[in-house]
Every structure is written in C-alpha cells, then in structure tokens.
Design a protein. Structure first.
Length: 255
C-alpha cells in the first residue's frame, strides 16, 4: 500500500475572522519535488508554518512518515527530519557563514544541554559539526565564504547559505520558501540545477513555495495550486499549465 511521506488532511487555519487555509488536503510522495503555487496571500507560507510548528492548525492533520506533526514541538519536528528555509533571510549576521551552517545541525547533535554546559564531549562534537559544515559549503560552492560574517554578503549567496544550513540537520523533507526570490535569471537556473543534484545526493523530498514559474515547471514532479486558502488544482506541471482555474487565479479573471 502506498504511504505518502507527507500527508496534509483537511487543514484549516483561522485567525479570528480570517481563514488562511480552508480544508487543504494533498500528499507528497517520497523523493518528489512538490511545488505550492498561487497568488500572494494564498496560504502557502501558512502551510509551511503549520508543518514546522510555528502555527497550530485550527483543525486537520499533518503526518510526516506516519507521525502526527501537529502534536510535536518545533524542535521535535526538526529532529524528526523536517528542515526549512524562510521567505526572508533568517541567518545570524554577526556569525560567520560556517557558524551559521553549524547552527543548523543542533537537532542532530549528540551533546545535550547539560553536557554542553559542563564541557563534556563538546570539543570532538564541535570538530565533527565544523567538518560537516565545511563539506556542505563546499558542495554548494560556498567554501570561500566560510570564515566571513554573513552580514553584507550578496543576496543569492545568502540564499545558498540558508540551504546549506537546512541540510546540516540531515532532513528527509526540505521546505523551501521562495528560494529564487531576488535572484537573477542565471542564478535561478543555477539554483534549479543545484536542487536537482541535492535531491539525488541527499535522498531528499522537497516542497517548494515559489513564484518563478519557469523554475517550478522545470524541476517539479507535482504542483499544488492555492487561491485564498483553498486548493483549486493539483497535478503534473503540464496539467497545471493548461488548467483554466489556475490561469484565472493568476490573471484575476473568472472561468
């Protein structure tokens, strides 16, 4: 029997009288790249916030590897194998690039808070995390930035650093929130190729929120379209490209 890696079932998110997600359901299969698309305000980032436990759905369930995420704390979700990047850059500007990436591995660290405070086993653990972080930076062609502060680096570089940091937690599921925003056409093409390679190399399943339709259609296996919190279509990129409801939602016309 087929079991999806991520199952979203009847998820509703309501803030007072505002419904951000309205009975949303879809599946993401293992090793897929699934894109969530839709106009601004459609509820895409709200779903990411539910999966990563920033928000608690008003009702509905979200299961990852058959575990109910809505019953977990955010750190438990990270430890379970879910990592994300953010729509707005969320790096520590006064830390080095290497230290930022090392921060991403906290959920996989074998040194707990008590041992860390007592200094027990922290030197060897820090060496391991540092080596891992350098390896990830090299994989993303960022090794020359390792010892520089994150502050002041080019926007496209910061986006790749965020991806490296998310990979440091050894995720099974990677949530990417508008990774191509602010990138040049050349950088978008490079990012698309990088994501294809990372999926294979790290055995990742990727859920992507993105407005760059060329990238979405080029790398996605499955596309889910939201409008005003509701799913209006899902299917392959080819099916979505000719769906009249999707075209209407983007052009603001009625079908």
């Amino acid at each position: 029997m087929r079991v999806a890696l991520l199952e979203v079932r009847d998820v509703r998110v309501q803030f007072g009288g505002i419904v951000a997600l309205d009975e949303l359901s879809f599946d993401v299969d293992t090793h897929q790249v699934c894109a969530l698309i839709g106009p601004n305000g459609a509820g895409k980032t709200t779903l990411f916030n539910c999966v990563s436990r920033v928000y608690t759905p008003t009702r509905g369930t979200i299961r990852f590897l058959e575990r109910e995420l809505t019953r977990m704390e955010p750190h438990e979700v990270a430890s379970a194998g879910v990592a994300r990047t953010f729509q707005n850059i969320a790096l520590f500007p006064k830390l080095s690039v290497l230290e930022n990436v090392m921060c991403g591995a906290h959920s996989q660290s074998s040194v707990g808070p008590i041992r860390a405070m007592l200094g027990l086993g922290t030197a060897s653990e820090e060496r391991r995390l540092r080596d891992q972080a350098r390896s990830l930076l090299a994989r993303l062609s960022l090794e020359t930035y390792a010892d520089r502060l994150a502050a002041g680096l080019p926007y496209g570089t910061l986006k790749r650093i965020e991806i490296a940091r998310s990979l440091a937690s050894a995720p099974r599921l990677l949530l990417l929130d508008e990774p191509a925003a602010g990138l040049t056409h050349g950088e978008v093409d490079e990012l698309a190729a990088t994501l294809r390679g990372l999926r294979e190399e790290f055995d990742l399943t990727i859920v992507l929120v993105e407005h760059h339709m060329g990238m979405v259609m080029g790398i996605s296996d499955h596309v889910v379209v939201l409008d005003l919190g509701r799913k209006i279509a899902e299917g392959t990129p080819a099916e979505i490209a000719r769906n009249e409801r999707v075209i209407a939602a983007y052009l603001g016309t009625e079908v």
